[in-house]
Ligand binder design. Structure first.
Ligand code: KIV
Length: 273
């Protein structure tokens, strides 16, 4: 992949992310699902954009990430890639498009890369999806792992509470992290696990570890854009820092627009031809 685009902005690559971990520079990551938002977060200087299957929740209104399809993920990813000049774009392979069948996993990853122009894919799980991960990597597609609370398995967990608090699950998570690193994954997301365990994982593996609800001792952080902007206000987990109240701002703006129309104040003479 070229590290330069037409406007000579140095693109983030897996190599740069690795160097950031080595020199202790924290990596910033955020989700985006469309052209306009991707352009804003890229301009703000974000290092990585995740076209998360959380699009199923925040864009489509589903209760879980399970219903979103490969075609829908490709649509979101294609829109995001068009808005980005610098950030490294990772796309979630959706539920049912990679687990248990490495040929299908490879086909899904190739479709995402070829049709969207994204830079990497993300998959949820450890040793149990090793074959799929290896197959995707063998085609030269960078893979990001995702351990801890893996929302595609929500019906197995039955709850969105903190994962790997017990010794046995913590041990398996650390082993899975090593498996993913050995396979050749370039990075790893840890979701909603104790900070102490996340610290141990980040110190054990050499690849960048990005946390969400995994404490401060990892190599970077990721949040869902709509959550940190205060668009989705019903979702208030402890790990979320809300940086804006866009829902409030939007309600006020649209309310004023409606009021001006009703009052026959909009459009005025200057706003007419
Ligand atoms: O889909 C998503 O947004 C994610 C993040 C929560 C890491 O996987």
């Amino acid at each position: 992949m070229s590290t330069h685009n037409s406007s000579h902005i140095k693109r983030i690559t897996t190599h740069i992310l690795q160097e950031m971990k080595q020199r202790g520079e924290k990596i910033s990551m955020i989700t985006a699902y469309d052209f306009s938002m991707a352009g804003i977060v890229d301009t703000a200087g974000i290092d990585m954009i995740l076209v998360g299957d959380s699009a199923s929740n925040v864009m489509a209104g589903h209760e879980t990430t399970l219903p979103i399809t490969l075609d829908q993920m490709i649509y979101h990813a294609t829109s995001v890639v068009r808005g980005v000049n610098r950030a490294f774009v990772v796309v979630d392979i959706p539920f049912g498009s990679y687990q248990g069948n490495s040929s299908e996993a490879l086909r899904s990853a190739i479709r995402i890369m070829k049709e969207s122009g994204a830079h990497a894919v993300k998959v949820e799980g450890g040793a149990e999806i090793k074959e799929s991960v290896v197959r995707i990597l063998s085609a030269g597609v960078p893979v990001m792992g995702h351990l801890g609370l893996t929302p595609q398995s929500i019906y197995k967990f039955g709850t969105y509470t903190v994962r790997a608090k017990e010794k046995e699950e913590a041990k398996k998570l650390l082993e899975d992290a090593k498996v993913l690193e050995e396979c050749g994954c370039f990075s790893l997301v840890l979701e909603k696990i104790p900070a102490k365990l996340a610290k141990e994982v980040a110190a054990t593996v050499k690849i960048p570890v990005i946390g969400i609800g995994a404490g401060p001792h990892v190599d970077g952080q990721v949040l869902v854009l709509h959550d940190l902007l205060g668009i989705t206000q019903e979702f208030q987990p402890r790990f979320l820092r809300q940086y804006a109240d866009l829902r409030g701002t939007m309600l006020k703006a649209v309310g004023e627009y409606i009021k001006d129309i009703k009052a026959k104040d909009f459009p005025n003479e200057k706003e007419s031809y």
